[in-house]
Design a protein around this ligand. Structure first.
Ligand SMILES: [Cu+2]
Length: 540
C-alpha cells in the first residue's frame, strides 16, 4: 500500500519518473520569461532511464506482523558543562523483529540519534565527529549544486533546527567536513523551551544523509515549562516519524530517476513508516496522561495523524514551544521539519489498545495497562504568554516567490526561491533586531514547508491570489479573504506550510546574531535543487 498518504500529491512520483520519455519540446512551468538560465544546457531536457535501469524488489510492510516490537527510545544525553562528543557513523539497525538489520548512518550509533536534553540559559557544546565511511551508499547526483564530481563523496555538517545560534555553529550548508574531521558547535540556548532537532545539512547531499538516518531530537527545557506539571519523564515520549522505502532484504532504497547521470527525483515517499526507527512498534502505557513530542523527519511526506477511534489529541505546542493554551485537534497535519507537542489521556482506556494512524494506515499501537493509576500531571488552560506580533512592528516587507520549473512532460526539475539559486548574491539582508514581513508567493502546485534558520516567527495569514496578475505585472490581486492561522499553528513557528495558490505571510523579528544563515523548503529534494537561499542578518 503506497502513495495514498500525501494530501499534496496523491501518487508516487518516483515510480514512473523519467521512464519511457524521449526528447520533446519545452513547456512552461509557470513563467517562461522568468526561467533561469541553466548552466551549459537548455532547461527542458527530460531524463530518460538508462536501458539497464532496474528498480529493486521492494518490501511490502503490510506483510509484516504489526506491533511486535516495543517502541525504541533513543539514549538521552544531558548537555551541560561538559562537551558532548557525538560521532556520525554507519551502523546496522533492526527496524522490525522479522527483518534483517538495515544499514543506516547515525549520530552515536542509532537512528534517530540520542535525545539531547538542554536547559534554557545554559550553553551546550557538542563536538560532532564525522566518522562516516568514505563512500556514500545512496545515489549522489553530481549535477546538483555543491555535489559536483570533484567534491568528496561523503560530507556532513550538523544543523540544529530551531536554534538561535551564531553562524559558526549553525551548520551552514557550505561548512561541511569530511570523514576523520570534527567540528565543535556551541549552542547558547538563549531561548525558551522547545523541541529542536538536529540533522545533516551538507550542501547537495543532505537529503541522502538524512534519509540514511542522520537526525535526532534536542529538547530544550526551561523553568516555566517545568513548573506547569505537564506529563514528564516516563510519561513524556518523543515520536520521530520518517518514511522509507525498503528492499525485500530490508535495505534502504532511495529512488532515482533511472538516469544514472542525473538520479535526482523531485520528492521521495516511502511505504514503511518508521517511528523512532521502528516499523509498526507498540508502546505500553498506563491509563493516564502522556505527552508526545512529535517530529516529522521525513524527506517529503506530510503526516496526517489520527487516533483510530477518532479520539482527539490535545495539542499544547508547536515548533518553537508551547502554545498560549491547549487546542483540541481531531488530527495533526505535520509537514517535514515541523514539530507538534500533544497530550493524550489514556485514563478512560484501561485494558484497551488504540492505534496511531496516518490517514487510515497504522503507524504504531498504544497498549493501555489495566487498573487505576494516580495521575498528578496537569495541562493548564493557560500554557504561556504568546503575544501576537502586530504588523505595525515590521519595518520591511519582502515579496518572495516559490517557483517550480518543469520539463517537457511536466515533471518538476528545478525549484527556486524568488527565482534565484543558492550561489547568487545575498538579497535578503535584514537588520539585527528588526522586524520584517515575508510574503511567500506560491506559484507552484505544491505545499512547501519553508524554514528560516536562527529565528522564530508567527504566521500572519494565507490568502488566495491571482497568479496571472502577479506574473504579468508583479501586482498582488487577492481573490479570497485572508485566512488566519489555525489555533495549532498560531504560536511561535520556525517552519510554515506555504500552500499552493496562496500567499502566506509570516512576521519575523531578526533577533539573535548577525551573520549568514539559510532559508529553504524542508522538502529535502526541493531544497537540494535548489529551493534554498542564504540570508544575512546585518548589524544594526
Ligand atoms: Cu518545496
Amino acid at each position: 500500500m503506497v502513495g495514498m498518504l500525501s494530501s499534496r500529491r496523491q501518487f508516487l512520483k518516483w515510480s514512473t519518473f523519467g521512464l519511457g520519455a524521449g526528447l520533446c519540446t519545452r513547456l512552461p512551468a509557470h513563467d517562461m520569461t522568468s526561467m533561469p538560465k541553466m548552466g551549459g544546457g537548455e532547461l527542458c531536457k527530460h531524463l530518460v532511464a538508462d536501458k539497464n535501469h532496474v528498480v529493486p524488489r521492494l518490501l511490502d510492510p503490510d506483510q509484516l506482523t504489526p506491533f511486535v516490537d516495543a517502541l525504541p527510545r533513543a539514549p538521552v544525553l544531558h548537555a551541560g558543562e561538559k562537551t558532548l562528543r557525538i560521532a556520525m557513523r554507519e551502523a546496522e539497525q533492526r527496524l522490525h523483529r522479522d527483518l534483517p538489520p538495515t544499514r543506516v548512518w547515525t549520530y552515536g550509533g542509532s537512528t534517530p540519534g540520542p535525545i539531547i536534553e538542554a536547559k534554557s540559559g545554559n550553553a551546550a557544546r557538542i563536538a560532532w565527529h564525522n566518522d562516516l565511511p568514505s563512500k556514500h551508499f545512496l545515489p549522489i547526483d553530481h549535477r546538483i549544486h555543491g555535489a559536483e564530481a570533484d567534491r568528496p563523496e561523503v560530507r556532513a555538517v550538523v544543523h540544529l533546527h530551531g536554534a538561535s545560534v551564531p553562524t559558526a555553529s549553525d551548520g551552514y550548508p557550505d561548512d561541511w567536513y569530511v570523514p576523520g574531521q570534527s567540528r565543535l558547535h556551541t549552542y547558547p540556548n538563549k531561548q525558551e523551551a522547545a523541541a529542536l532537532w538536529y540533522h545533516d545539512h551538507a550542501m547537495g547531499i543532505n537529503r541522502l544523509n538524512i534519509y540514511a538516518g542522520m537526525f535526532g531530537f534536542y529538547l530544550l527545557r526551561d523553568e516555566h515549562e517545568l513548573s506547569l506539571g505537564l506529563p514528564a519523564r516516563e510519561q513524556e515520549i518523543p515520536l520521530v516519524l520518517s518514511d522509507r522505502l525498503l528492499t525485500t532484504d530490508a535495505q534502504l532504497y532511495y529512488p532515482v530517476s533511472g538516469n544514472s547521470e542525473a538520479p535526482w527525483v523531485p520528492e521521495v515517499f516511502g511505504n514503511a513508516m518508521l517511528v523512532n526507527g521502528a516499523l509498526l512498534p507498540y508502546l505500553d502505557v498506563q491509563p493516564r496522561r502522556y505527552r508526545f513530542r512529535v517530529l516529522n523527519a521525513s524527506n517529503a511526506r506530510f503526516f496526517n495523524l489520527k487516533l483510530r477511534d477518532g479520539r482527539p489529541f490535545l495539542q499544547i505546542g508547536s515548533d518553537q514551544g508551547l502554545l498560549a493554551s491547549p487546542v483540541t485537534q481531531p488530527n495533526l497535519f505535520i509537514a517535514p521539519g515541523e514539530r507538534v507537542d500533544v497530550v493524550i489521556d489514556f485514563a478512560s482506556l484501561a485494558g484497551q489498545q488504540i492505534e496511531l494512524i496516518n490517514d487510515v494506515l497504522p503507524i504504531m499501537q498504544f497498549r493501555i495497562g489495566s487498573g487505576r493509576v494516580k495521575d498528578t500531571s496537569a495541562v493548564p488552560a493557560v500554557l504561556r504568554d504568546v503575544p501576537r506580533m502586530p504588523e505595525s512592528a515590521a519595518t520591511k516587507q519582502r515579496m518572495l516567490t516559490l517557483d517550480s520549473y518543469q520539463d517537457c512532460v511536466a515533471e518538476p526539475m528545478l525549484m527556486l526561491l524568488d527565482g534565484k539559486r543558492w550561489h547568487e548574491p545575498v538579497t535578503e539582508r535584514p537588520v539585527l533586531g528588526s522586524t520584517e514581513i515575508w510574503s511567500l508567493i506560491n506559484l507552484t502546485d505544491d505545499s512547501h514547508p519553508i524554514h528560516l534558520h536562527m529565528v522564530k516567527f508567527q504566521i500572519l495569514d494565507r490568502r488566495r491570489f491571482d497568479q496571472g496578475a502577479w506574473m504579468d505585472t508583479k501586482t498582488v490581486l487577492h481573490t479570497g479573504p485572508a485566512q488566519l492561522p489555525a489555533a495549532g499553528e498560531a504560536g511561535w513557528k520556525d517552519v510554515v506550510q506555504a500552500w499552493p495558490g496562496m500567499i502566506t505571510r509570516i512576521i519575523v523579528r531578526f533577533d539573535g546574531y548577525a551573520g549568514r544563515y539559510a532559508w529553504h523548503c524542508h522538502l529535502l529534494e526541493h531544497e537540494a535543487n535548489e529551493m534554498m537561499r542564504p540570508f544575512e542578518v546585518v548589524p544594526a
